[in-house]
Design a protein around this ligand. Structure first.
Ligand SMILES: Nc1nc2c(ncn2[C@@H]2O[C@H](COP(=O)(O)OP(=O)(O)O)[C@@H](O)[C@H]2O)c(=O)[nH]1
Ligand SMILES: [Mg+2]
Length: 196
């Protein structure tokens, strides 16, 4: 196998409303989780070098499906975002069921990329998500998103605070920006290590 993933030919594979509809894993998989509006679609587009292959939502919080993308025989899974304030209980329940079923299912969980906005303290839902990943021994990294919104000094300070709050090893945390591309090469390196 090659030592790096060719992202040039990334394409959309399929969208699923239920975990039971998803076919068995046929290749390594990288899943993306995080609160709605954290920058999940943007970071996936940045990886793929595409503007809008993954839809960047103008209406945050719309409960979405589980969307599969593929590049160079690696699957990239865009999971529905959590924590949108105006979401109904029915929608929150649907989210919890989808995510729970997904991570409970027998798949190739090569890497889970958990996104947290670098500007804010992690929410209760961020904690729950990351505690779950750590507790169940998923191979995961935390991408701190939107670093371009802070100065270098502020980035370092926030990264230290968030690492401590989430209680994750320092090497599991990457500072990123889909706007400037900061951290994207490091993310690609981690993905290649987990998948190739
Ligand atoms: N400044 C800045 N804005 C970002 C970045 N990533 C995403 N955004 C913006 O945040 C909003 C939500 O992004 P999106 O990727 O759709 O988030 P998702 O809901 O997690 O998929 C959009 O307005 C994006 O343009 C980033 O790295 N820097
Ligand atoms: Mg999105």
């Amino acid at each position: 196998m090659a030592d790096s993933i060719n992202y040039q030919l990334a394409k959309f594979v399929a969208s699923y409303g239920k975990v039971s509809q998803i076919p068995e894993s046929t290749c390594p998989e990288v899943s993306f989780v995080g609160r709605s509006n954290v920058g999940k679609s943007s970071i996936m587009n940045k990886l793929f070098g595409r503007k809008n292959l993954v839809k960047v939502s103008s209406t945050p919080g719309k409960t979405s499906n589980i969307n599969f993308f593929e590049a160079d025989d690696v699957h990239f899974v865009d999971l529905p975002g959590y924590g949108f304030a105006r979401r109904s209980k029915a929608e929150r329940d649907r989210w919890a069921e989808l995510i729970g079923d997904f991570f409970d299912s027998e798949r190739s969980f090569n890497l889970v990329v958990s996104l947290v906005d670098i500007r804010h303290d992690p929410s209760k839902l961020d904690h729950d998500m990351i505690d779950y990943l750590q507790g169940n021994e998923f191979n995961f990294i935390v991408c701190l998103t939107k670093a371009d919104k802070l100065s270098r000094t502020q980035q370092a300070r926030q990264a230290a605070v968030i690492k401590k709050q989430l209680n994750v090893p320092a090497e599991n945390v990457i500072i990123t920006s889909s706007q400037t591309g900061v951290g994207i090469d490091e993310l690609k390196k981690r993905i290649a290590e987990a998948c190739l």
